[in-house]
Design a protein around this ligand. Structure first.
Ligand code: DX5
Ligand code: ZN
Length: 219
């Protein structure tokens, strides 16, 4: 089963509680939370205080995607705020192994993310230590961008790499996922699909998530 993780970046920010409740009712598997610092990416979003406030809203796993420089400094804060999965960018931390270790010692699942132009060779050696690999299929920073098609072979390659490992990290894909391309992305080997604009930009979340899941699991 391919999982769907709505990204609340595209939700109505003045009604985050209601938006999360609505996607949960509509069948969301995880809640994807994009944290941006205005340095690693050209946008600023939310931090641990908001995540902690939202924690009371749902029991769904909080999939926290840190698009911040030197994420190792904030792991503890996000862990206590209620993150279940903490994903850091390989491009944003100097000592990835140590950062992954900090996440695991905090009792959380550890994820690593790659920008579209970052090769898989950068994370080959860390794969046995992680729980999730997040492939960015847009340049991080904003919701509602177009899926970069050249990332599809990278997803296929990543999936093959992960399948040889005994720890079997999940393969997550983030950026520009929609009704038209979701089946192909799932076929390429994705286990978890993040979707922002293609869910929150519609009126009927139930219908949208049901359709996305059906397409993703049609392979
Ligand atoms: C982009 C974020 C994504 C974004 C996805 O930097 O990491 O999670 O919210 O949004 P869509 O699905 O609209 O591309
Ligand atoms: Zn994200």
């Amino acid at each position: 089963m391919v999982l769907i993780a709505p990204s609340i970046l595209s939700a109505d920010g003045s009604r985050l509680h209601e938006e999360i409740t609505a996607v949960e009712k509509a069948g969301a598997d995880w809640i994807h939370i994009d944290v941006m610092d205005g340095h690693f990416v050209p946008n600023i979003t939310m931090g641990p205080a908001i995540i902690s406030a939202l924690r009371k809203t749902t029991k769904l796993p909080f999939d926290v995607h840190l698009m911040i420089e030197n994420p190792e400094r904030y792991i503890e804060s996000f862990a206590s705020a209620g993150a279940d999965i903490i994903t850091v960018h390989v491009e944003a931390t100097n000592h990835l192994h140590r950062t992954i270790d900090i996440i695991k010692k905090a009792g959380k699942k550890a994820g690593v993310s790659l920008n579209p132009a970052t090769p898989l060779t950068q994370i080959e050696e860390i794969l046995p230590d992680i729980d999730l690999l997040l492939i960015m299929t847009v340049n991080p920073g904003f919701g509602g961008q177009q899926f970069i098609k050249t990332t599809l072979p990278k997803i296929i390659k990543a999936s093959k790499m992960l399948n040889t490992l005994s720890n079997k990290p999940l393969l997550e894909v983030d950026g520009g996922v929609n009704m038209k391309n979701i089946a192909g992305i799932a076929r390429a080997g994705a286990d978890v699909l993040v979707a922002g604009a293609s869910i929150f930009g519609t009126d009927d979340y139930q219908q949208t998530i049901t359709a996305l899941k059906a397409a993703a699991n049609s392979n």
